[in-house]
Design a protein around this ligand. Structure first.
Ligand code: ZN
Length: 303
């Protein structure tokens, strides 16, 4: 993803508690160590740019894990026009239920950035959010809630050459367009995108391309889940996989830390390795997301 502007604001978010809202104890247990196992597995495949044999192995790994937990997996294959010509890409959609009662989508990109001749493994950028999403899929496999959870593993988020509207977010642009045409977009009540949430020094920023009420709910969920320390007062507009979904009218939020290493020096560099990723950071993010999901279910159950 790309950061367009970053403005530090001085105001810390003040979260307000609501009497009927769920408590931290209501949500199922989630394991940062289990998420970390998925990160290790992905990194072991090596660099995973779109169309690579390593990404295909990674895709099969994700499909197997989702099926293990009883999800139906749709493979949304398409061809994308990139600066290197046509590339085959595949989004994965793990789901239970038809979505007719409404959908909450949880998303991560699973490709790693193509870097010619370099062993860029994207331990945080790609693998951490994908690992956490798989762990969330495990925890939520038995959930019976008004809205269905759909898990999106998006291909081709990264730019091949230089980030632009045409060279980035290939998978999300394809899927959002398809969902709009098919009428699925209207059923998605909220989309929660995770990106780079494994950083040892986690500071999730307030992303202001995101839907405002969802951003506010993320901060409220962080306080309720007791993990406010991972939320930063920094505000920035980030271009990421949530943009195409916002463009088709789906309320969406990007939960992202774009302050990775000193001066963001681990981002898109060979320093983005396993040792920089922390199970604790993923677990805290996961707890926040589970709380957010409870709050969303309650919010939409009332409507
Ligand atoms: Zn990236």
């Amino acid at each position: 993803m790309r950061s367009a502007t970053a403005i530090v604001i001085l105001l810390l978010s003040l979260s307000t508690a609501c009497a009927q809202s769920p408590k931290a104890s209501d949500v199922p247990a989630l394991s940062g160590d289990k998420a970390m196992e998925h990160v290790r597995a992905q990194v072991a495949f090596g660099p995973r740019p779109p169309g690579s044999p390593a990404l295909e192995k990674c895709r099969n790994y994700i499909i197997e894990r989702l099926r293990d937990h009883g999800y139906t997996v749709e493979q949304d294959a398409f061809e994308a026009n990139t600066p290197y010509g046509a590339k085959k890409m595949v989004n994965l959609i793990g789901r239970k239920g038809t979505g007719d009662r409404g959908i909450i989508a949880l998303a991560s990109h699973y490709d790693s950035k193509y870097m010619e001749g370099k062993q860029f493994v994207g331990a945080n950028d790609g693998a951490s959010s994908t690992g956490l999403l798989l762990e969330l899929a495990r925890v939520l496999a038995g959930a019976s809630a008004p809205l269905d959870y759909w898990f999106l593993f998006l291909d081709g988020e990264e730019a091949f050459v230089e980030w632009s509207t045409f060279d980035s977010t290939y998978g999300s642009r394809h899927l959002a367009r398809r969902w709009k045409q098919e009428g699925t977009a209207a059923k998605v009540r909220a989309l929660i995108l995770l990106d780079m949430i494994g950083d040892r020094n986690l500071d999730i920023l307030k992303e202001y391309n995101s839907t405002r009420w969802l951003v506010d709910l993320v901060w409220e969920a962080g306080a309720k889940a007791g993990v406010s320390e991972i939320l930063s007062p920094v505000q920035a507009a980030i271009e990421d996989d949530h943009i195409p979904f916002l463009d088709v009218g789906i309320p969406s939020v990007d939960i992202i830390d774009l302050n990775y290493g000193p001066g963001n020096s681990y981002h898109h560099t060979l320093s983005d390795t396993l040792d920089k990723v922390s199970p604790e950071s993923m677990e805290k993010t996961g707890r926040l997301v589970l709380m957010l999901l409870s709050m969303l279910q309650e919010r939409f159950a009332r409507k």
